[in-house]
Design a protein around this ligand. Structure first.
Ligand code: SF4
Ligand code: SF4
Length: 411
């Protein structure tokens, strides 16, 4: 117990920066729905402080409040005092997790996903078949598993072949101008493999040769969000070692902002190691580095869901990408809240997470959108589930897939 209190005291300096001003209230998706002080960053910091001020017996209950945080980083961005809320909450979870350990079966699944990436890729055909046979088909690529424990979710298909199995290695472009590494992340490797294909093929079209790791090592964020920060650090270090091998690559490209956050922002802070290359989102790379000029001719009414971990400074770039590269009529959403996926939050608190996505889907229905773009596979899964559940007949996809479809047609 003394050790635990000592570790909490190490967070004291960061926590004392909180002036308890409450500015973070209006940005916190949880506080906006329940109005509880324990939901907002200020309240969570006070709860953590209360543990080392003597309420050690409440540590388990306080972990529950920390555990419900979406880790969306909206409070971090809004805080005028620069309180590092994401670091406090991740580290706080890790420390309190020592009192209330993860159930053994959860730890085993997590360890397998983090430490046996080859096994995850090998299990893809099995998971693909299991999902198909144990589920009702809702529409192409979307299934509703019969298992009551899954709470009536509409699940996006797990592909029969992992993305890295097909694309692992160097995907050489004709007239090569540059080499990059594409880091797919778990969701693209196993579920949205077509996004990975689009990224590689669009880059190759523009003369960029693309290395794809033969094995996809998880970025580690799911472990961090469950309080297993050491597993996260190990995953980050393993990724840095693997990515450092691509000596002639200029950038690491990603189409998952949470992977970018894990590897490029939180990873170095938690490990003290440097990411070997800059990690750049695919849309940012296409717009700012390659300055692509293609009109895909896709029509319809589109909107964009911005993931919480997407860089605020690049959001206009995404809107401009959709406006410039499609012929869709773009309508902006008033509801700019989190979709509710938030890593493991949707798994643990499905009903609550559904409330976030449902309200977004309602606005999309009101605005008659039939294309929902989002540059994050986690958000896409959450929105596809909600769209199927709420009767919105819209495709949920990454904008880069439109460019790829267009290039395929004109070849
Ligand atoms: S905005 Fe920052 S300083 Fe103000 S209460 Fe929230 S975390 Fe504390
Ligand atoms: S990370 Fe998000 S959900 Fe958690 S306290 Fe901050 S704003 Fe609220």
């Amino acid at each position: 117990m003394d050790e635990l209190l000592k570790e909490l005291h190490e967070l004291e300096e960061m926590m004392l920066q909180c002036m308890k001003c409450g500015t973070c209230q209006s940005d916190c998706p949880l506080y906006r729905t329940d109005g509880r002080e324990s939901s907002v960053a200020r309240g969570k910091i006070s709860l953590l402080q209360s543990v080392y001020e003597g309420r050690i017996e409440d540590a388990g209950r306080i972990l529950k409040h920390l555990d419900q945080c979406l880790l969306c980083t909206r409070c971090l961005k809004a805080c005028p005092s620069g309180v590092k809320t994401d670091e406090i909450f991740l580290r706080g979870r890790e420390i309190l997790r020592k009192i209330k350990k993860l159930p053994k079966w959860q730890k085993l699944i997590l360890k397998t996903a983090m430490e046996k990436p080859e096994l995850m890729a090998k299990m893809a055909p099995l998971m693909h078949m299991g999902l198909k046979f144990g589920s009702k088909k809702i529409k192409d690529g979307i299934y509703r598993p019969m298992l009551p424990a899954l709470g009536g979710r509409n699940v996006v298909e797990i592909k029969s072949e992992a993305f890295v199995k097909k694309y692992g290695g160097l995907n050489k472009a004709e007239n090569e101008i540059m080499r990059v590494v594409f880091y797919p992340g778990c969701a693209v490797n196993l579920i949205y493999t077509e996004w990975g294909t689009a990224v590689v093929e669009v880059l190759r079209h523009f003369g960029v040769s693309v290395y794809v790791p033969e094995t996809n090592i998880c970025c580690g964020i799911p472990a961090a969000s469950m309080g297993e920060l050491e597993m996260f650090r190990n995953a980050v270090r393993a990724n840095f070692d693997a990515l450092a091998e691509y000596r002639d690559a200029k950038y690491i490209i990603t189409c998952c902002p949470t992977c970018r956050y894990g590897l490029y922002e939180m990873g170095p802070k938690q490990t003290g190691a440097e990411c070997p290359l800059e990690v750049v989102d695919i849309l940012v790379f296409l717009e700012e580095t390659l300055k692509v000029k293609i009109q895909s001719g896709v029509r319809g009414r589109s909107t964009i869901h911005f993931p919480c971990h997407y860089q605020d400074s690049k959001k206009e770039l995404v809107e401009s990408f959709v406006r410039t590269h499609t012929d869709t009529e773009y309508v902006k959403l008033d509801n700019q809240s989190c979709c509710g996926f938030a890593g493991t939050f949707s798994l643990k608190y499905y009903e609550r997470s559904k409330g976030f996505s449902r309200s977004k889907i309602q606005e999309m229905k009101d605005k008659r959108t039939d294309k929902v773009y989002t540059p994050c596979p986690g958000c896409a899964m959450q929105l596809a589930d909600a769209a199927a559940g709420e009767g919105l007949d819209a495709e949920v996809t990454h904008p880069v897939t439109e460019l790829y479809e267009f290039l395929r047609k004109i070849k």
